[in-house]
Design a protein around this ligand. Sequence first.
Ligand code: IMP
Ligand code: MG
Length: 180
Amino acid sequence: MNTGSVEVLIPEERLQARIRELARELNRDYAEADQLVCIAVLKGSVFFLVDLVRRLHIELVIDFFQTSSYGAGTAPGEVRIKKDVDVSIRDKHVLLIEDIVDTGYTLRTILDLLHFRGARSVKLCTLLDKSSAREVDVPIDYCGFQIDDRFVVGYGLDVGERYRQLPYVGVYEGGEEEET
Ligand code: IMP
Ligand code: MG
């Protein structure tokens, strides 16, 4: 794979060290919870989900949403649910696990839906926060790294489905951003 247009931003060791810290916080904060429903947004968040939950000692289940935005015929901020979760959310403690919060529209939509379905609590854990790109407010409870408003790939994040398997997060400098 040619990674010539990717400049390393967060190396693998830093990512993993921060994920270990987040896991410690979550183990502490949810120590009393009978069960935690961990929900990731496909596909980008899968790497983070896996590395995070295997460090949790809490009783948990995992599930997935898949969304799409920026598609043909979608207004800015119009997020569609392409795949819904299978588990019941009512009265559950839910932890949303995301790769990156950018404009905030995706998470805003999902958070509203989870509250509407009667979750007992909903918290958001994101690996990356591009807060300067925010257009709608989303409360972030756990954040791995703050990053500048640049297009990043790797560790699950893609440009046109490429680069997801990189073990680090890098800035994509190839131009022509194709978000998915
Ligand atoms: P938001 O709805 O604008 O907050 O962003 C939602 C989705 O856009 C994220 O979950 C990513 O899939 C994608 N995205 C946003 N910024 C980036 C980036 O820098 N690289 C790759 N994907 C991104
Ligand atoms: Mg995503």
